[in-house]
Design a binder for this molecule. Structure first.
Ligand code: SAM
Length: 203
C-alpha cells in the first residue's frame, strides 16, 4: 500500500462501505445543484474523466450513462466491488489518489468529489500533484468538500474530516498547477456547509 494513504481512512471506509453505499451511494442522495454542476463540468471536459475516490461509484456510473468515457478509482476494494456490481459495464479500479496508475496527460478531467476531505492539509498537495500529472493541459478539475471559516478537523461519521475556507483550498489547488475558474459555497439548513472548486490545468 502507498504509504501516503492514511490507513485510518482506508480501514474506516472498508468497515462501513456497505453502509455508506446504502445511505449515499446513489444519485437520489445527491443535491440537485451538485448534479447540475458535475454534469456541466463534465460536459466541458474533453476526454477521459477520472472519478478519483469514487466510493460506491454512483458519480462514475452517472457520468458513463451520460455518454462520458470515465473510470472510477478508490483505495477501498470493497467500494470497487460494490461499484462494479451496480454498474458492471463501467470501468473501476483499486488505486489511490496519489498513484492512480493512469498515464500522464491521459485525462480530460478529474472529479474529486469529497475524496480529499479526510486528508490532512499537508497531504493534499500529493494528491493534487497526481491529478495534475494525469490531466491534459487545459483539462478540468472539480473538487467538492466541506467548507468552514477556519481550516480545522471535525468528527465525521466515518472518520475525522476537515473543513476548509474556500479561498485556502483554492490557493492550494492554484499552487498545484491549476487555475481556479469557479467557486461555489452552499450552506443549507441542517447540512454541513459545502464548497465546490472548478479549475483547469495550466502549464
Ligand atoms: C466521502 S467519500 C466520497 C465518495 C464519493 N466520491 C462520493 O461523492 O460519495 C471519500 C472517498 O475517498 C476515498 N479515498 C480517501 N482517500 C483516498 C486515497 N488516498 N486514495 C483513493 N481513495 C481515497 C475513500 O475510500 C472514499 O471512497
Amino acid at each position: 500500500m502507498d504509504d501516503r494513504v492514511d490507513e485510518r481512512v482506508r480501514q474506516a471506509y472498508d468497515e462501513r462501505a456497505e453502509e455508506y453505499a446504502a445511505a449515499l451511494g446513489s444519485m437520489a442522495a445527491v443535491h440537485p445543484s451538485d448534479r447540475a454542476r458535475v454534469e456541466s463540468w463534465a460536459a466541458a471536459c474533453d476526454g477521459l474523466l477520472v472519478d478519483a475516490g469514487c466510493g460506491p461509484g454512483h458519480w462514475t456510473a452517472h457520468l458513463a450513462g451520460l455518454g462520458h468515457r470515465v473510470v472510477g478509482l478508490d483505495v477501498v476494494p470493497r467500494f470497487v466491488d460494490i461499484a462494479r456490481r451496480s454498474a458492471p459495464d463501467v470501468s473501476f479500479r483499486v488505486a489511490t489518489l496519489e498513484a492512480t496508475g493512469l498515464g500522464a496527460g491521459s485525462a480530460g478531467g478529474v472529479l474529486s468529489w469529497y475524496s480529499l476531505v479526510h486528508h490532512d492539509p499537508e497531504a493534499v498537495p500529493d494528491a493534487l500533484a497526481e491529478f495534475r500529472r494525469v490531466t491534459a493541459d487545459g483539462g478540468g478539475l472539480l473538487v467538492g468538500a466541506f467548507s468552514g471559516a477556519a481550516l480545522e478537523p471535525f468528527d465525521h461519521a466515518v472518520t475525522a474530516a476537515w473543513r476548509w475556507p474556500t479561498d485556502r483550498l483554492a490557493a492550494v489547488i492554484d499552487e498545484a498547477g491549476f487555475a481556479v475558474v469557479d467557486v461555489e459555497e452552499r450552506a443549507d439548513a441542517g447540512v454541513r456547509p459545502h464548497l465546490a472548486i472548478s479549475a483547469v490545468r495550466v502549464r
